[in-house]
Design a protein around this ligand. Structure first.
Ligand code: KDG
Length: 314
């Protein structure tokens, strides 16, 4: 049994080296990424157990992903490797601080996931199920898998964390909106960014956004406000200050770092505001190197950042 179960698509990631664009680079750094496996790695590094479930292609990238996740301490006992579908890929370039992602993931192994792939006891034995809005965008069977996983979790009081992770390159807003809003209503902890809420509720008016959030049955933690994180629980809003990062290297994965830190806060029985602060600390450390998950901290690093432990160089 693991503390946290999550599932979704993890893809090979190729990034041009030396600050070049994809078209002109001849050298690429190879990694991999997937919002849910990034969160699982983050949780494992912080000292808790996380299981990532998903389908990978039985190909060099898929096998590499499986090995590295296992090496990071993520439980991959529920992962299956398909011989008749490939692991998805993505390319990412960052030019003048702006990233652009190109997906090669249609009909990937992960998109074939269906409710039959879920080990329901694995979910009900966990404390938290973490899902994202990327998975329902992949295929109808993936959407059904997310709904079934939530239903299974809720039947046994397993808490559900939901990060909408809106990806407009995967589906148009009018298709995404009803599905993401339905999942937001089912979640115990809804973890959107402010720009996502503007698009979901079709308003830039912050007061109006808060009204929508207050109507949700669970708690909402709004990451990425102008300078702060907003925590809504039972009608009460708490403001948690951001953790400043002077020069981020790669901001992709910051939200996943936030989720990992926040979930670990919950597992440590911290308050929602304290958990959100932990999320901010982990997210701020996560942006320190290229790649989605490589810079995610250990608990020791978090303690250093919180000033609770000194860094001894040698
Ligand atoms: O949050 C980072 C993710 O966006 C990245 O790992 C890729 O999962 C991914 C996706 O579908 O965009």
């Amino acid at each position: 049994r693991v503390d946290v179960v999550t599932f979704g698509e993890t893809m090979g990631l190729f990034m041009p080296m030396g600050g070049k664009d994809i078209a002109h680079s001849t050298l690429f750094e190879k990694s991999f990424g997937g919002a849910e496996s990034n969160v699982a790695i983050g949780i494992a590094r912080l000292g808790y157990t996380a299981g990532w479930c998903g389908l990978l292609g039985d190909d060099p990238i898929g096998r590499h992903i499986g090995k590295v996740l296992r090496g990071e301490g993520v439980d991959v006992s529920q992962v299956r490797f398909l011989t008749d579908a490939n692991t998805g890929l993505m390319l990412r370039e960052t030019i003048s601080g702006r990233s652009a992602v190109y997906y090669y993931r249609k009909h990937s192994a992960a998109s074939l996931m269906s409710p039959a792939d879920l080990n329901e006891a694995y979910i009900t034995n966990a404390k938290i199920l973490h899902i994202t809005g990327i998975t329902p965008a992949l295929s109808d069977s993936c959407h059904q898998t997310v709904l079934r996983a939530v239903e299974v979790a809720k039947s046994q009081q397993v808490k559900v964390c939901f990060d909408p992770n809106l990806r407009l390159k995967l589906w148009p807003m009018n298709q995404a909106r009803p599905i993401l809003l339905e999942l937001a209503k089912m979640a115990d902890y809804f973890l959107p960014g402010l720009p996502e809420l503007r698009l979901l509720y079709q308003t830039d008016d912050f007061a109006e956004i808060l009204e929508h959030v207050q109507a949700l049955p669970g708690a909402t933690i709004i990451k990425g406000g102008a300078n702060e994180t907003y925590v809504h629980e039972c009608g009460k809003i708490t403001v948690v200050p951001h953790v400043r990062v002077e020069r981020p290297t790669d901001t992709v994965g910051a939200g996943d770092g936030f989720c990992a830190g926040f979930i670990v806060g919950l597992l440590k029985n911290k308050s929602l505001a304290e958990s959100a602060h932990l999320g901010n600390v982990v997210g701020a450390i996560a942006v320190g190197s290229p790649g989605d998950w490589e810079a995610l901290p250990t608990w020791e690093k978090v303690e250093q950042a919180l000033g609770a432990r000194n860094h001894i160089e040698r």
